[in-house]
Design a protein around this ligand. Sequence first.
Ligand code: C5P
Length: 282
Amino acid sequence: MLGRRGDGYHDLETAVLPISLADRIEVHAVSNPTQFRTLSLSLEITGEPDMVRRVPADESNLALRAARVLAERAGIRGFAEIHMQKEIPVAAGLGGGSADAAATLSALNDLWGASLEPGELSSIAAELGSDVPAMLRGPSLIRGRGEDVIDLRAMPFHWVLVTFDFGVSTKEAYGWWDEDGGGTGPDPGPVLEALQAGPAELGPVMFNDLEGPVARRHPRIAEAKRVLLGAGAAGAVMAGSGSCVVGLLPTAEPLSAQVEDELERLSGRPVGYVTSPGIPPE
Ligand code: C5P
């Protein structure tokens, strides 16, 4: 994190990797200004009750807002019915809500025949949330408040996700960083190089400036990190603004059942395993 800005946001430099954990977004949509005089949007959310309870189903849902903003920008009259099957934990720092909004934008751009250029879609995405533009892309380095996206090359990696029975609000996490004096870690250059090298190189250089402030308020985050590193993870770091902690595995081999149990007792949730895809160097 580089610092707080005049507009209340923070300038950052962050590597973002897609992972194999996904929500499923299904969209039925028609745009036809001669047939429809209004725009009608609906959203149905399914998934584990504990997960669905924490996702707004009204107009404040980021995917519905994405549909609304795209329709206004492209002058759409017609409808969109969005069905969202939630699998990504909420308020975990995994960008689930942002990814849902990005997927909805890109699906409706096609289905409504809105034909907005990638640059225009990206600017709508940035209006919706700082990390939404990155969710339209592959592995990325994001800058500014998050809206400035540069493609990254990366090896494929194996990760273990420790998700907790509590979430962290993004706004609060940034506020805690301010409150604690705003420490900035080393230059991210070595992280970008290590992304193309392998887990042994990436593990030791991963860092997240929001982790200290969030872990001071939620000590189980630091504890999960200690357990992961003690169990042989190549590295472990809090994801985004938390609360999820990701462990980088040296191979595709899962953790021992004993360590999995220990992490589940600590976090209140079973651990999950995901991969991030490789984009080979040119
Ligand atoms: O952009 P988004 O709506 O996701 O941001 C949520 C909140 O997180 C913002 O209101 C702001 O408090 C904080 N934030 C920030 N700096 C960023 C991104 C988000 O301070 N780069």
